[in-house]
Design a protein around this ligand. Structure first.
Ligand code: XBP
Ligand code: MG
Length: 252
């Protein structure tokens, strides 16, 4: 029996990467007096590594070797990242990034059907709170039984640890849940432990290797805005509703 839906955040609930995280990183760099600028294209390459602190280190190692690292490098990165989080939260308060099509409706339908809900993301917990409360309202935080986020597990996606942690907190096995993802790293983390995964792509992930996904869609769709199936079956539906999710879970 399907008991729970587990959602990735960035790219899945909202297109936060290009207009949220990227912008916040750049604001933090500027504030720190650094001349680094992450363009939309460069950011697409940097998304290969999940986690903001990890991404800054990846940038310096692979794209900006000239920068001479300060002695306490970890503290330097942590400080930059803290400032980035503050900028991100402010961008969410300004309503800069809306939820993707179908997200609010599906959450309502899932709650109506008595589904248990969780979040499994590599982003910082404050960012999840900021996105949810500024799009769905403060009370939406209580809809999610578990918000598994950020450094709560040491190994971020594509490692499965964050999904395993969420399932363990809920006392569920992989057979009892369906995951929602948008990216290669996300699909790896959910499917390597056998979680059926519905993928909705975005500009950064549409050409990634998403193998393992149960179905790949352009977005979740609305009754008046049908999804397009990129790979897999439409199960006789044109938007993701609970019947569709149950069909994906059953595999037919
Ligand atoms: C997205 C990420 C995160 C964000 C930045 O993860 O990889 O690192 O880009 O967030 P997901 P932080 O799709 O799993 O939500 O800077 O807070 O790490
Ligand atoms: Mg994602």
């Amino acid at each position: 029996m399907l008991e729970a839906l587990i959602f990735d955040v960035d790219g899945t609930l909202a297109d936060t990467e290009r207009d949220g995280h990227r912008v916040a990183f750049n604001q933090a760099f500027e504030e720190a007096g650094l001349d680094w600028h992450w363009s939309e294209d460069l950011y697409g390459q940097l998304l290969a590594v999940t986690g903001g602190k990890e991404r800054i280190k990846f940038y310096l190692n692979d794209f900006n070797q000239e920068f001479s690292k300060p002695d306490d490098f970890d503290a330097f990165v942590a400080g930059l990242h803290k400032s980035k989080t503050a900028h991100y939260v402010r961008l969410m308060e300004e309503g800069k990034v809306p939820l993707r099509p179908g997200v609010e409706r599906l959450l309502a339908e899932a709650r109506e059907a008595g589904m248990r809900l969780a979040i499994a993301t590599t982003t910082t917990p404050e960012n999840v709170t900021a996105l949810l409360s500024n799009t769905l309202g403060e009370e939406s935080l209580s809809w999610f039984e578990v918000i598994a986020a950020g450094d709560i597990v040491p190994a971020k996606k594509p490692a499965p640890d964050i999904y395993e942690w969420a399932l363990e907190q809920m006392g569920l096995s992989v057979e009892q849940a369906v995951a929602f993802e948008d990216s290669h790293n996300g699909v790896r983390s959910s499917t390597v432990i056998g979680l059926p995964t519905i993928v909705t792509v975005n500009g950064y992930t549409e050409n990634e290797d998403l193998s393992g996904a149960a179905v790949i869609l352009d977005h979740m769709g609305e009754p008046d805005q049908p999804f397009s199936v990129i790979e897999g079956s439409d199960y006789g539906h044109a938007h993701v509703n609970m019947e569709f999710v149950n069909a994906v879970h059953r595999g037919k």
